[in-house]
Design a protein around this ligand. Structure first.
Ligand code: SF4
Length: 180
């Protein structure tokens, strides 16, 4: 263990986590937090969760798995089911998961947190930052607003994913994002 500070890294899957974790290691001791009750169905949730656990164990990365409380998430985004991707439902979804992350960081006495969500070219980083900053305020913590897709971040994380033969999902996560 070195003297770098800890950071709680909210991660949506192994693919998106790989490069952000490596980058953060330069300045922090990252702890991965898998908190994704948006993922539907449960079989898909377990698949993404288990892939992330397998990689963390292989690399000896610290990680925490949140409860899978899909009913609470569904209630939180109620009324926004028909919103398109990148719309209001996604902003609420970021809000939900980043508040869970801030709550966990507080519980573990980790004063900084961030998320892998910005590595995806399908997500609007400024909306993720707004949700993260609000969650930080709610819990009196620091949100690291890092845009992981910058400097070819998405390509870099895909390279690690290919190298490790990660499972790659075909949709964002919730049942409303499944392409029919
Ligand atoms: S499309 Fe993705 S980010 Fe948007 S609400 Fe669904 S799971 Fe959340």
């Amino acid at each position: 263990m070195n003297d770098k500070p800890k950071i709680l890294l909210h991660a949506c899957c192994a693919v998106c986590m790989a490069y952000p974790f490596e980058l953060l290691k330069e300045n922090y001791n990252p702890v991965v937090f898998f908190s994704n009750p948006n993922i539907y169905p449960e079989e898909e949730y377990l698949r993404r969760r288990d892939e992330l656990i397998k990689y963390c164990e292989q690399e000896d990365y610290a990680y925490i798995i949140d409860d899978y409380e899909q009913d609470k998430w569904t209630e939180y985004i109620k009324g926004l089911e028909k919103e398109p991707e990148k719309g209001h439902r996604c902003n609420k979804c970021f809000e939900y998961r980043l508040n869970r992350t801030a709550q966990k960081a507080k519980e573990k006495s980790i004063n900084t947190f961030t998320t892998t969500l910005t590595v995806s070219p399908h997500k609007v980083s400024k909306n993720i930052f707004a949700a993260g900053e609000q969650a930080a305020k709610n819990y009196g913590l620091i949100f690291l607003a890092q845009d992981f897709k910058k400097h070819n971040g998405f390509l870099k994380t895909m390279e690690i994913a290919k190298l490790n033969n990660f499972y790659r999902q075909q949709y964002c996560g919730c049942e409303f994002s499944i392409k029919k």
